[in-house]
Design a binder for this molecule. Structure first.
Ligand code: 3PG
Ligand code: MG
Length: 396
């Protein structure tokens, strides 16, 4: 069903295979603190090596301006090698003589990681000469970095235009999951969108109301909608200048027959602090000196009912201040409910975005969702309905 060439069509035996991966992992003192992205790219690397290809990995790390030893991928090569239980060699540059010599030394099944592509300005500029330099190193190109696919960079887009290009297994899984989630979902399709700000998710909300059957809005951004509907939000975080935008989104939803589900009660405190003294108030009775930090239990009931009605769920953003207890409870309850429905075979659940993954991990249910994307920006742009350059370049 996919309109992308995948590893099934690639003949990698004896070939130099340039594989774009996302190794932009969180690090502390030279140690990888969350290896999820490393784990996700192992199948593609293993498959190509096992089929006799020479694996040449391309990746970025951080946002360096030029060469910067602090943003070297070298420690990541070591971590990757441990996860693969195979030797991974490393070259100090991704183009030029250093890279060419390292590639020339490869035998079938060898794995080489090249230094941070962003050490060269040509990477982010998608510069033709830089693409040509990279292309010299490979016979074919495989992109397994969905989470960097919103960037039209040399290693994510340019290379796919000059070499035979294929989606890696993680890219393929991501595209399949996202297609099931939004492009061709089993309906009813429900979206949960949370997080602090409406301003960062206007495009996303406008795209979703046109596509989903019901949209649950939670987190700080719900306060903007509550304020826009004329209710008092006390000291809550709210973007009051976006009231008109919120009303426009509600109107668009009405026209598209999309139900909007806003909180009907809120767990409130006087300060943003873990274990702050808190009370639950109806949404039309929020006191002036309180801020809403989580959805209340009646809201959770409604959200869970919406999840019960759904065949497909797309989730981005927490419903409350989940990083400080007890204001994580609404998010945790809804996440566990969605996980149960998924395990019972009643729901396809797709979630993504940095905070969302952290929230699902916190709730202990990330493994129970149908698919959890490791992408941040790319997942959001996909939810906004935007074409991702790295994905577009792989289309047949
Ligand atoms: C990410 O961490 O979201 C991706 O690796 C993309 O990184 P970027 O936002 O620096 O382009
Ligand atoms: Mg990012």
């Amino acid at each position: 069903m996919t309109a992308f060439r995948t590893l099934d069509q690639a003949d990698v035996k004896g070939k130099r295979v340039l594989v774009r991966v996302d190794l932009n992992v969180p690090m502390d003192n030279g140690k990888v603190t969350d290896a999820t992205r490393i784990e996700r790219v192992l199948p593609t690397i293993q498959e190509i090596a096992d089929k006799g290809g020479k694996v040449i990995l391309l990746a970025h790390f951080g946002r360096p301006k030029g060469r910067d030893p602090k943003e070297s991928l070298k420690p990541v090569a070591e971590a990757l090698s441990k996860h693969l239980a195979r030797h991974v060699s490393f070259a100090d540059d991704c183009i030029g003589e250093v890279a060419q010599r390292a590639v020339a030394a490869l035998r079938s099944e060898d794995i080489l990681l090249l230094e941070n592509t962003r050490f060269h300005a040509g990477e982010e500029k998608n510069d033709k000469d830089f693409v040509t330099e990279l292309a010299k190193l490979g016979d074919i190109y495989v992109n397994d970095a969905f989470s960097a696919a919103h960037r039209a960079h040399a290693s994510t887009e340019g290379l796919a235009r000059v070499l035979p290009a294929y989606a890696g297994r993680t890219m393929q899984a991501e595209l399949d999951a996202l297609t099931k989630g939004l492009e061709a979902p089993a309906r009813p399709l429900v979206a949960i969108v949370g997080g602090a700000k409406v301003s960062s998710k206007i495009d996303l909300l406008e795209n979703l109301v046109a596509k989903v059957d019901a949209l649950v809005i939670g987190g700080g951004m719900a306060n903007t909608f509550i304020h826009a509907s004329g209710l008092n939000v006390g000291k809550s975080l709210a973007e009051k200048d976006l009231a008109a935008t919120a009303l426009r989104i509600i109107e668009k939803a009405r026209e598209a027959n999309c139900a909007i589900i806003l909180p009907v009660d809120g767990v409130c405190a006087k300060e943003f602090k873990a274990h702050a003294e808190n009370h639950t108030y109806g949404i039309d009775a929020i006191p002036d000196d309180q801020m809403i930090l989580d959805v209340g239990s009646q809201s959770v009931e409604r959200i869970n009912a919406a999840i019960n009605d759904a065949k497909t769920l797309v989730w981005n953003g927490p419903l409350g201040a989940f990083e400080i207890a007890p204001f994580d409870q609404g998010t945790v309850a809804a996440a566990r409910h969605a996980a149960q429905r998924t395990k019972a075979g009643k729901l396809v659940s797709v979630a993504g975005g940095g905070d969302t993954v952290a929230a699902l991990n916190h709730a202990g249910v990330a493994d129970d969702f149908s698919y959890v994307s490791t992408a941040g920006g790319a997942f959001l742009e996909w939810l906004e309905g935007k074409a991702l350059p790295g994905v577009e370049a792989l289309r047949v």
